[in-house]
Design a protein around this ligand. Structure first.
Ligand SMILES: Nc1ncnc2c1ncn2[C@@H]1O[C@H](COP(=O)(O)OP(=O)(O)OP(=O)(O)O)[C@@H](O)[C@H]1O
Ligand SMILES: [Mg+2]
Length: 310
């Protein structure tokens, strides 16, 4: 089996031949664009990913989403895990429909939005996302127009990617303006996170990359590691990543998972919950609305379209 770094390199090489900018849009895309721009708002799209699998992405996504909802924001999670979709499992709410029902015209995107705690909504990618590269142009355009409808439903759309690096996962990383990379303090996880950041930056230096360090033993360790990653990215990649925060290794997290309930709710006084609180507030403070027209969901959908149509 090829390791992730090799697969990633191959994908990036493939991607380097594709222009993901706005300039390439052909005239025939006009109707699509017109239709899409009917929506008035522009939700932030944040892809949550990692170099190494199993570092805590899904748990962080869900608990962060709930915290932001508690702070008054409208949040949607798209579960883009192509293997075992598990946002619904962590929330204890198995989903009946997924994006393949939207792609195949059986459901509208609003019909497959499931509701979680504090009004957060989530969508299961399911098998729909696995085949994204293979679907027809018509179906893809239909899906992207459906995605556009989410603008009205959300302030932030989180995309929780799975461990495997597929074409679809890479497309989400490249299309989203904001990417959160999760890592643990393990050297292998950090190396994989750096390799991923490097590949993203090689393609698009303007992306906002943040890092969350998960499962730390103490805050000093956390600050040291975050600072090291920051410095390495500055020195070798010429980018400033945002040190979004850290989360302690906390036994309450696995206890909550066993109960299929988010730790932010059942262990609200836990150290991990206070770490999430801090991260949520930092994330909410980041002002990414400086250029509404070329940001958020609108840009995301346009880039996805170019990615799959090229
Ligand atoms: N801060 C933490 N403290 C203790 N355990 C944790 C912490 N974060 C995650 N875990 C454990 O790690 C496991 C994996 O977490 P999670 O499923 O969120 O990772 P993931 O990155 O989404 O995995 P995948 O790459 O498979 O999608 C959890 O089931 C939980 O037991
Ligand atoms: Mg996951």
């Amino acid at each position: 089996m090829k390791d992730q770094a090799v697969k990633l390199r191959e994908l990036v090489n493939k991607l380097n031949d594709r222009n993901l900018g706005f300039d390439d849009e052909s005239k025939e895309d006009f109707t699509f664009r017109e239709k899409y721009e009917e929506s008035s708002k522009n939700a932030r799209v944040i892809t949550i990913t990692s170099g190494k699998g199993g570092v805590g992405k899904t748990n962080i996504t869900i608990n962060l989403a709930i915290k932001l909802a508690q702070l008054g924001m409208k949040i949607i999670i798209i579960d883009a895990d192509l293997g075992l979709s598990n946002v619904d499992i962590v929330l204890g709410k198995p989903t009946k429909y997924n994006l393949s029902d939207v792609i195949n015209y059986r459901k509208d995107i609003n019909d497959i939005l499931e509701e979680g705690p504090y009004g957060i909504k989530f969508i299961s990618g399911g098998s729909g996302l696995q085949d994204l590269v293979k679907i027809s142009k018509d179906k893809l355009a239909h899906l992207l127009v459906e995605f556009g409808k989410l603008d009205k439903e959300a302030d932030i759309i989180f995309i929780d990617t799975g461990a495997g690096i597929s074409d679809t996962v890479m497309s989400f990383i490249y299309a989203a303006k904001e990417v959160i990379v999760v890592t643990t303090p393990e050297p292998t996880a950090i190396t994989d996170a750096y390799a991923l950041i490097k590949n993203i930056v090689q393609k698009d230096k303007s992306k906002n990359i943040s890092i969350i360090l998960n499962r730390v033993e103490n805050s000093e360790e956390a600050r040291n590691i975050l600072e090291k990653i920051y410095q390495v990215c500055l020195k070798f990649l010429g980018i400033e990543i945002c040190k979004l925060g850290f989360i302690y290794n906390d036994a309450n997290i696995s206890k909550a998972i066993k109960r299929q309930e988010p730790f932010i709710i059942v262990y609200e006084k836990s150290i991990a919950a206070s770490n999430i609180d801090k991260i949520a507030k930092t994330l909410a403070r980041i002002n990414n609305t400086e250029n509404e027209k070329t940001y958020g969901l609108r840009l995301f959908v346009t880039k996805l379209k170019l990615f799959f149509n090229s």
